[in-house]
Design a protein around this ligand. Structure first.
Ligand code: HAM
Length: 425
């Protein structure tokens, strides 16, 4: 058997404890914010039928064409896929469990997504999203709620300098009209298109506008604008949305080229972008998908949502040097002697009963080495138990972060003394 160390799969990362503190901070901050707006959590499986993503994200998209981790279930031959995003699964679950029967739903989920992209800074093959879906609302008030909530999250996370880009894709009919105009423009300029775009002229022309190829940018800038083909209802939706955003004092920039890489969107689309992370500028993105619920077999209902890329936000938290709360234990328990061992167990549990976090020294070790561990743990106090303390039914409380004296105290006193930061009254 080989004993060579096995490494993680490319593009799939470990989050080590120190970074874990930033992740905890982000997750608690964001979920607290979601709770403030009345969003409730939903958890979907990581694996779904491949068809779900083909039908929702769209056959001619990068995700479905080349990025999905799909495999055949050996037992029954079904084609399954590791979820590349959460919206399709969330809509599937909503339909399957009749969630909209009880009225509109505000939902969120948090977890890993999988895309077989070329890994680079800010782009991974397993990455985490916090996804938020508001199902059954026509908007634009809910569109604005989602955006305002994002802005609150950025403030709560201490992240400054994110820009909001906004566009509307209009109704299906308006998009159809626009598509025809765009296709004829692209046909006229076929010789200047790159290979990818040429392939997309008829299958997914709007995605040509999303090309990152620098040589395509001039041609894209000259292309007809979707805004000019917009239907009246979508235009009104977009104008109302902007008025509400101005009321809420959220600044934005209209980007007529913002089309998004998934096919289910209509009307409002938006992205929060940063200039601090190089090529991976979008930290959060979403929009309306009013047709998706019906398209996946549900009763027609409008919907809107977004997802944020956790790794990218964590990178910003690091860049901005946001002070992230670290939670060292309140107490490290040091023990010596035979009688001490039994008493130490009881003390630890009693201290935890009173709400303290306690690390009990496990494994043998000299007093000196145990005290070293206590110091390294970051705890403010060591509780020391030797046979003398055990016999007296007491503990010694030793401050580790200042020069105050060690004191022999009753177990019942420890929690109050630790909270007061003192070893005696
Ligand atoms: P998306 O734009 O594909 O939208 O992804 C949302 C965010 O996930 C991106 O803005 C980015 O921050 C992050 N992200 C995407 N791919 C990667 C990757 N390979 N590595 C690291 N981060 C990544 C969606 O997924 C939609 N489901 C959003 C949505 C929800 N729309 C409506 N509801």
């Amino acid at each position: 058997m080989s004993t060579t160390a096995i490494q993680a799969v490319r593009g799939m990362n470990d989050v080590l404890p120190e970074a874990g503190e930033r992740w905890d901070f982000l997750e608690t901050t964001v979920t607290e914010c979601l709770r403030q707006y009345g969003y409730r959590s939903i958890r979907m499986p990581l694996v779904e039928r491949t068809d779900l993503f083909v039908r929702s994200i769209g056959e001619v998209t990068d995700i479905v064409e080349k990025e999905m981790y799909s495999f055949i279930d050996r037992l029954n031959g079904d084609s399954l896929t590791l979820r590349p995003e959460g919206t399709a699964s969330c809509v599937r679950a909503t339909i399957e469990h009749n969630l909209l029967y009880g009225g509109p739903q505000r939902l969120f989920y948090l977890g890993p997504m999988f895309r077989h992209e070329r890994p680079q800074k800010g782009r991974y093959r397993q990455f985490y999203q916090v996804g938020v879906e508001a199902l059954g609302f026509v908007g634009p008030d809910i569109d604005v709620e989602l955006i305002v909530m994002c802005a609150r999250m950025w403030r709560a996370l201490g992240i400054a300098g994110l820009d909001l880009e906004l566009n509307t894709l209009g109704s299906t009919q308006a998009r159809g009209r626009y598509r025809a105009h765009l296709v004829s423009y692209l046909e006229r300029n076929r010789d200047d298109l790159d290979e990818d775009s040429r392939r997309r002229v008829h299958s997914n022309p709007l995605r040509v506008l999303d090309s990152k190829n620098p040589e395509m940018q001039a041609l894209i800038a000259q292309a007809p604008r979707l805004l000019d083909d917009l239907d009246e209802d979508s235009l009104k939706h977009f104008e109302d949305l902007q008025a509400l955003l101005r009321d809420a004092q959220v600044s934005y920039r209209i980007n007529p080229r913002l089309v998004r890489g998934l096919d289910y969107y209509n009307r409002t689309v938006f992205e929060w972008v940063t200039s601090k992370l190089g090529a991976q500028a979008a930290v959060c993105a979403g929009g309306r998908y009013d047709g998706l619920i019906e398209q996946l077999g549900g009763k027609p209902a409008p919907a809107c949502g977004f997802a944020m890329g956790v790794e990218r936000l964590i990178a910003l938290v690091e860049l901005e040097r946001v002070a992230v709360p670290v939670n060292p234990p309140n107490v490290y328990l040091v023990q010596r002697g035979v009688e001490a061992a039994t008493w130490a167990w009881q003390v630890c549990e009693r201290l935890r009963d009173s709400g303290l976090s306690v690390i009990m020294h496990c494994g043998a070790g000299s007093f000196k080495s145990q005290m070293k561990r206590a110091d390294a743990s970051g705890a403010r106090f060591a509780v020391i138990i030797g046979d003398d303390e055990a016999r007296a039914g007491k503990v010694s409380l030793k401050p580790l972060r200042d020069l105050k004296a060690q004191a022999l105290v009753d177990v019942n006193e420890v929690a109050a003394l630790v909270r007061a930061g003192a070893s005696k009254k």
